[in-house]
Design a protein around this ligand. Structure first.
Ligand code: PRP
Ligand code: URA
Length: 210
């Protein structure tokens, strides 16, 4: 299985609060955002830097900067939007796309209802955001759509908070070049396609809809 799982005490701590069914909407949203920022931090380790001269109060020196115009964040609606804050607080100028997908409760197959990405996506590396990677159906559908608008050399990274082995294997098989990052790799899926132990329905917990 090809996945980068964040192994850090801070992640374990925040993830336990997130999983707790007693955690309310406000705290849940804040935790999703914080964990997403940490996931982004880890996933951008190989990002290209550009040299830039900087003048300190003492002297000139060589600095290194990231070109925000080469990044795009694409959350999968709805739950993925809960992850956005954590990333745009770091890079407020990155462009944002949206992919609307919902999973049919019976078949577990994803259905597309919205797709809008930055026009110049070919110039950008893409970070797809979705807190839950369960069967992998939504992730695979999103990657397929994005690839139609992306250059051959652009990278796609998939950031999730909790991943199930079934979903990771499915994405690895369909798109071995897509790097997956997760705060946790859980045990399995249950008969309803929910991640075990998981955190329940991420969208409902972020938006308080149930
Ligand atoms: C959830 C989740 C993922 C998808 C994961 O969304 O946010 O998008 O399920 O499941 P999969 O890996 O089996 O495809 P859902 O379809 O419930 O929509 P929502 O975000 O609107 O609640
Ligand atoms: N979507 C969720 O929100 N939670 C799961 O456990 C699986 C899919």
């Amino acid at each position: 299985m090809n996945i980068n799982v964040l192994n850090h005490p801070l992640i374990s701590h925040k993830l336990s609060l997130l999983r707790d069914k007693k955690t309310g909407t406000k705290e849940f949203r804040e935790l999703v955002s914080e964990i997403s920022g940490l996931l982004f931090y880890e996933s951008m380790k190989d990002i290209k830097l550009e040299e830039k001269e900087v003048e300190t109060p003492i002297c000139k020196t060589k600095g290194y900067v990231i070109d925000e115009n080469k990044l795009a964040f694409i959350p999968i609606l709805r739950a993925g939007t809960g992850m956005l804050d954590g990333l745009i607080s770091v890079f407020p100028n990155a462009k944002i796309g949206h992919i609307g997908l919902y999973r049919d409760e019976e078949t577990l197959r994803p259905h597309k209802y919205f797709y809008k990405v930055p026009k110049d996506l070919k110039k950008r590396d893409v970070y797809i955001l979705d807190p839950m990677l369960a069967t992998g159906g939504s992730a695979i559908a999103a990657i397929k759509l994005i690839k139609e608008d992306l250059g051959k050399k652009n990278k796609i990274k998939f950031l999730s908070i909790i991943a199930a082995p079934e979903g990771v294997e499915a994405v690895n098989k369909a798109f071995p070049e897509v790097e997956i990052y997760a705060a946790a790799l859980d045990e399995k899926l249950n008969e309803k396609g929910y991640i075990v132990p998981g955190l329940g329905d991420a969208g409902d917990r972020i938006f308080g809809t149930k």
